[in-house]
Design a protein around this ligand. Sequence first.
Ligand SMILES: Nc1ncnc2c1ncn2[C@@H]1O[C@H](COP(=O)(O)OP(=O)(O)OP(=O)(O)O)[C@@H](O)[C@H]1O
Ligand SMILES: [Mg+2]
Length: 403
Amino acid sequence: MSNKNTGRILIADDEPNIRRVIEAVLTKDGYEVISAENGKRALDAVSTNTDIDVLISDLIMPDINGVELLEAARQINPSISVIMITAHGTIKSAVDAMRLGAFDYITKPFDMDELKLVVKRAFERRSLIEENLDLRQQLKTRYKFDNIIGASSAMQEIFKMVERVADSRASVLIRGESGTGKELIARALHYNSNRAQNPFVPVVCVALSEQLLESELFGHEKGSFTGAINQKPGRFEMAHTGTLFLDEIGDIPGNVQMKLLRVLQEREFERVGGLKTIKVDVRVVTATNQDLENAVKEGKFREDLYYRLKVVQINLPPLRDRIEDVPLLVEHFINKYSKDNGKVIKFASPEALELMMNYKWPGNIRELENTLERAIVLADPDAQMITPDLLPLNIRSGQSVNR
Ligand SMILES: Nc1ncnc2c1ncn2[C@@H]1O[C@H](COP(=O)(O)OP(=O)(O)OP(=O)(O)O)[C@@H](O)[C@H]1O
Ligand SMILES: [Mg+2]
């Protein structure tokens, strides 16, 4: 069996045997491992090796104890993940360590499989955080208002609304047909808020079964259902201090609706199969293209939840109702896809633009974007503009699907 684990681990423990065993097991697993026989040495290692990902530390050591080491190491390298080793009977300190930011703890005597799992999870968690950071950098430049195109008064009102409510923790419900930009607005709400530096966590609710959705959102404890091999934090915990974006909210099943209502009201929940109440500070943004009022009437969607979610409501109009935005969007997407495809096209011919302004765009901005990408890909390498022949037949013939 091949193991593709990579990463740097530092072990701090005053017992040579424990150090040696852990080192051997994790090295065999593919990690790069260094050890230190006391807290002081461990701190030196953290200062000289800035690329240590995970620190596994004994809680009780003669000089600097595990909790002190955790705090000092964090000051030198804030992104280090710490796993605490505790002896039976020191659980309370382990919990304290978790409160101070340790990722997890294992209790002596531990078996090696347990250790490997905890380490693996620490690395998984790291890559999630890193992905999120990357994405955040990217999105900061991509989701500024000036990248959300909209000159129509309807869109201008929406931009004002986003600015006005961004900093509040009030739930926002974004509504609109498919492809109108609901997700874009959800991200704009986050990146224009004082939570912008904290996580933005999207969840597509419709993609998951009831049980999976519940554990995805709220996490689960080890053994809470078949397949729950480990304890797992949910999206609500990951979104702590940030924003949780629940897409396609109209589809969530009844028991998840109830649990969601409680988080919105009390800001607390328990993991699936768990007893501990977890408190979170999360801004919830939801989106749907469904008729929620009707779902409430039919008893499929809780009325109390419906009101909780739509404290602020943003309605994205279909593109056919803001046809004046089409020329700007066309220019925006031509710029984007010309660059991406190494073409020199700068604009659409008047005839092509007219066709696009007469079309009803049932797939809204997504359809317009796809249409222009296709046209640019199809265009001759030296073409200067988008001409009608590059547009799909239904747009060219002026026979748009009327809705
Ligand atoms: N105002 C806009 N300016 C620029 N691009 C936009 C705008 N609105 C939407 N887009 C682009 O159109 C595409 C669809 O947008 P988005 O995914 O946000 O729509 P949606 O409403 O969430 O759709 P769905 O309901 O199908 O999930 C994306 O590529 C997005 O970047
Ligand atoms: Mg969407």
